[in-house]
Design a protein around this ligand. Structure first.
Ligand code: F6R
Length: 608
């Protein structure tokens, strides 16, 4: 949460910072600000609102070769001009932007005696502290203050005396530093760096970076260490809207290609011989998988819903007892773990604090951790024993879409690998499932071809006040995901339930004002779902059904039917997610909601 950008080098630093902040707005968009050199001093311009509002406040013709910037997701203090970053020391000698939470800020404020604070933020105290020990050497002052800070931070600091240097530090909040030919570019993630370079250093906790016009120096424990450069394979264009009205819509439409690439990179089907699964990133020997006694899938939000589907996949194919749980609860509970328990962390950003904490506690207890991650070089990827990269490109829309389906596909491949190693699947079945998965792209494409029809259905529910999403089996996590998508982008109250649970309480809510969306694909639980639909209809409820393409009977029951070509159990979950995403998108867009930046949300939740 909160986006940080810094630029030092040849070129217009303020323009680079503003462009970078715009690409990072998905991390927070309560307020925005920048600081740069002007007329021999530092000028700070900040405002409540978005980067577009900040642009309007900035004077024309700024030409600084060093600038820092911030887009905020408020934690301490209301979103207003004063609390917006950057923050400066009382004498204006030190100016900084911060992402994270300084837990002991109140105590540190007291330690500064009469010092005058302008904002209510926890961040401002860091600027005052650095100024209080600053004698002309910014690096020394930052390094002197860091041990006093409890909590988390990604910091980017500049000093009035030195337009040739900024100093960055990281503990618990991500920070990436791009090394371009004639500039150093800092970002909360790699996205704002990509227009300048794809060579990125991801700072580790405890590291400090000195960014000079002449280059980058990374330090740890007061000593210079080698720059560990990762080459990012995302293009700058991938982080643009590319003609779509919203990132969310673009990312929904990217799914056929993204999924096709993912499965074709991972599954090789020789004409003769067993399918070969490419498990690059998971350098864990087969013997380990044979000894796994239990699997816990940890994640938050949409990723947790993918984990719920993943648990079914693993139990069915690899026959290992598994369950999915919220990473935050896993971390704070005392789960019973031993080294035979495998923990799978699922995360698009690779930075979600709750998930990261779960990874750390699992490893402390001797478990191996495999992460399913999208963002290359992210903290969770680096802290896991094995990483399965989804490689589905940057996801900018705050509501996760393409990452969800890529997570399910990745978990499917991982479960097939474990099944193959453990001998719980024969060659014929592995081939059948692999062939099936290789068809995922065209199947999703077929759903997108009906987008206009889904849009027409969406129009009928634009004014709903509440919604229930119901499904059984893997339809249950999909129902939860459908409800989450709708509520986060359209602000319609929606709940996702196991349809079996309906008669244990939610049925009390059913009347003509409560639309119920059922995942009603043919399969083991189909008849039960149909009974649930009948129960809703008997109470006057409106029903939208997502049904199998050959289900002619369901029209008699449901008010609206979205047909999908669904043929094989697990893959249905991927295909079925797409109409849910489109429905939420169209309803939200018609209601005039800011689809890519829903209120109060941020893309990457790096605080607990
Ligand atoms: C919902 C959404 C969130 C994230 C959750 C975990 O659309 O995007 O619920 O899924 O914050 O994020 P990652 O996957 O980055 O760990």
């Amino acid at each position: 949460m909160c986006g940080i950008v810094g630029f030092i080098g040849k070129g217009n630093a303020v323009a680079a910072v503003l462009d970078g902040l715009e690409t990072l707005e998905y991390r927070g968009y309560d307020s925005a600000g920048t600081a740069f050199f002007s007329n021999g001093g530092i000028e700070v311009v900040k405002t409540k609102g978005r980067v577009a509002d900040l642009r309007e406040k900035l004077p024309e013709g700024i030409s600084s070769e060093l600038a820092i910037g911030h887009t905020r997701w408020a934690t301490h203090g209301a979103p207003n001009d004063v609390n917006a970053h950057p923050h400066a020391s009382a004498d204006g000698s030190i100016v900084l932007v911060h992402n994270g939470i300084i837990d002991n800020f109140a105590e540190l404020r007291l330690s500064l005696g009469d010092c005058k604070f302008k904002s209510e933020t926890d961040s401002e105290v860091v600027a005052h502290l650095i100024a209080s020990v600053y004698t002309g050497n910014l690096l020394a002052a930052v390094e002197a203050v860091l041990p006093r800070l409890d909590g988390t931070y990604a910091l980017c600091v500049m000093s009035k005396d030195n337009p040739e240097r900024m100093v960055c530090a990281r503990k618990g909040s991500p920070l990436a530093i791009g090394v371009a030919d004639e500039a150093i570019v800092v970002g909360s993630d790699a996205v704002p760096i990509l227009p300048h370079t794809n060579k990125v250093v991801f700072l580790d906790d405890g590291q400090v970076a000195v960014c000079d016009k002449t280059g980058l120096t990374v330090r740890e424990n007061g000593k210079v260490i080698e720059n560990n450069i990762t080459e990012i394979d995302w293009s700058a264009e991938a982080a643009q809207k590319g003609g779509y009205k919203h990132f969310m819509l673009k990312e929904i439409y990217e799914q056929p290609q993204g999924l096709t690439d993912l499965v074709h990179q991972r599954i090789l089907l020789p004409k003769n011989g067993e399918p070969v699964l490419n498990m690059s990133g998971i350098d864990i020997d087969d013997e380990y998988f044979r000894g796994v006694s239990r699997i816990v899938l940890v994640a938050q939000g949409t990723a947790y819903h993918a984990g719920m589907v993943g648990r079914n996949l693993i139990e069915r194919t690899a026959v290992i007892p598994s369950y999915a749980e919220y990473a935050a609860d896993f971390h704070y509970r005392d789960p019973i773990l031993d080294p035979s328990v495998l923990v799978i962390a699922i995360t698009q950003s690779g930075e979600t604090m709750d998930t990261l904490q779960a990874v750390r506690s699992a490893r402390e207890k001797g478990c191996k951790v495999i992460s399913v991650v999208n963002t290359v070089g992210s903290t969770i990827a680096r802290e896991s024993d094995g990483v399965f990269y989804m490689h589905c490109g940057p996801e900018i829309g705050v509501a996760s879409t393409k990452a969800f389906t890529a997570m399910i596909a990745s978990l499917y491949i991982l479960s097939l690998h474990m099944a193959q190693v453990r001998g719980t699947i024969d060659e014929h079945e592995l081939r059948r499932r692999s062939q099936d998965l290789l068809q995922v792209g065209p199947r999703v494409e077929a759903v997108l071809a009906t987008a206009n029809y889904i849009r027409q259905i969406a129009m009928r529910y634009v004014n709903a006040g509440n919604f229930l999403f119901l499904g059984r089996g893997t339809g249950w996590p999909l129902a939860m995901e459908g409800a989450l998508k709708l509520k986060e982008v359209s602000y319609i109250h929606a709940e996702g339930y196991d349809a079996a649970e309906m008669k244990h309480g939610p049925i009390a809510l059913i009347d003509e004002n409560m639309p119920c969306l059922f995942i009603a694909l043919k399969g083991r639980r189909y008849d039960k779902v149909i009974s649930n639909i009948q129960e809703v209809k008997a109470r006057g409820g409106k029903v939208i059904a997502i049904a199998s393409h050959d289900d002619d009977a369901i029209h008699e029951l449901a008010d609206d039917v979205i047909y999908i070509r669904a043929e094989s159990g697990i893959m249905n979950s991927i295909v079925c997610a797409v109409p849910l995403q489109l429905l939420a998108y169209y309803i939200a867009d018609t209601r005039g909601c800011d689809v890519d930046k829903p209120k109060n949300l941020a893309k990457s939740v790096t605080v607990e």
